[in-house]
Structures are given as C-alpha cells and as structure tokens.
Design a protein around this ligand. Sequence first.
Ligand code: GLC
Ligand code: MG
Length: 240
Amino acid sequence: MHPSFEYLLLCDIDNTLTGDDAALRTLMTLLKEKRGHIGFGVATGRSIESTAQILGTLGIDRVDVSITAVGSEIYYDDGSLLDEEWRAHIDHAWRRETVIESLSSIEGVYLQAHPLAQRAHKASFVLDDARRMGAVERALDGTTVRYRAILSHGNYLDILPHRASKGLAIAHVAKRFGIADKKIIVAGDSENDRSMLEGPYLGILVANHEESLGDLKECYRAKTPFAGGVAEGLQWWGVL
Ligand code: GLC
Ligand code: MG
C-alpha cells in the first residue's frame, strides 16, 4: 500500500471538522485542490457507520483512511475494507465482557446506551462525575485485562485494549502506507485525541480544545476554532 500523496492529514470529526460549516467548506475546497499532495482521513470516537453518515452529511467524499472507535478499528477504501491485522494485534489481553462485568456495579458509571457506541474492542460508558475514575481503575486493575482508559470531557469514558489508541492506530497506518511520521498531520480537540497530538506527528490543537489538553507541548495551538484551526495549522506546518 504505497499512496501517491506526500502528506496525510488525519482529523478528529466532532468539534474539529464540525462546528463551523463555512470554515469546513473552505478547508475541504483547499484539500480538494491539493488532493495529489495531501491525503485525507479521519480519526474519531464514532463507529464506522456513524462516521460514514456524518461524512455524507458534511459532503466529504474520498477518505483515504478511517480510524474509528477511538483507534480500535481502521478502514481503507472509503470505509469498506477493515484492517484485520490491526484487529488481531489489539485483541491481545482484551476481554470485553470482563470489562463490562467489572464496572457494572460502580455507582454513577453507566454503559453508553447507543448501540453503535459499543464495539468489539471499545467499551464505552458515561460517568456522572470524573471522580468515579478512581473506582473504575481499581475495578479494572483487579482483572487480568490489559486496558487503556480514556476520559473525554470529564464524562465520556472509553475502555480500549492497551494496544489501541488513535495515536497507535496512526503508527500502524503510517507503516502500511510507508509514510514518515513528519509527513502526517493530526488535528483534534479532546482527550481521546491526546495520543495522536503528543507526537511524533505534526499536531494541530484547535482553539476550542478541552481545557485539560493545555499541557500538550509538541503540537501547534491554533488561534482559530474548528475547521478554521485545522487550515491555520496546515499553514503553520508549511504543508499548504
Ligand atoms: C464518541 C463516541 C463515544 C465516545 C466518545 C469519546 O462520541 O460515540 O462512544 O465515548 O466519542 O471518545
Ligand atoms: Mg472531537
């Protein structure tokens, strides 16, 4: 798999691509002009079904890679081809049923009700209070599951296999595409984007980011929110 483009831009969807329709249209027009130069993909907490739906609504076609369910699934060919190798790799020391069972009796921790939020390698919960994390980690540490816990906006909790995250999924894609780390641009706004914004990629933190990401050192902090921030970051990294 050796794509023709020089750069690959991977964007979170909610509140990174979305939030400012006019800015998104401008960004997409720009990317269309640079199609041979800059590949385009998404890295999102959404399922592939919900990703396809929102990209359709946003009028975005031709996506080179879709990293979905917080990095636990990777698809190529506009979302039709699942990366089975990645799926097998992240399955290591993962047991979804054990995760669900171990958190089921903790007060204030509820399974996300939307059926598409629950995936083979992603168990997602809602917390009534971020302070529930202590009890969550104690319960999970009492199992043999090797997990990664990501809390976004203080109340969306994703439990993933320890080998999965957006950042790790990107490393896998980079290898498959044969594309160097510094030719990959990533943009995001929330805690589930931290793993990709920490480096080694060219990171863009949009202005409307979750406060806790203020400690990120390696990425460019855009002054503009949403898709306008992505365009600003592309300029700053000298990609446009
Ligand atoms: C998306 C997913 C949800 C997840 C959240 C944070 O909204 O649908 O399941 O918890 O992102 O990653
Ligand atoms: Mg987001």
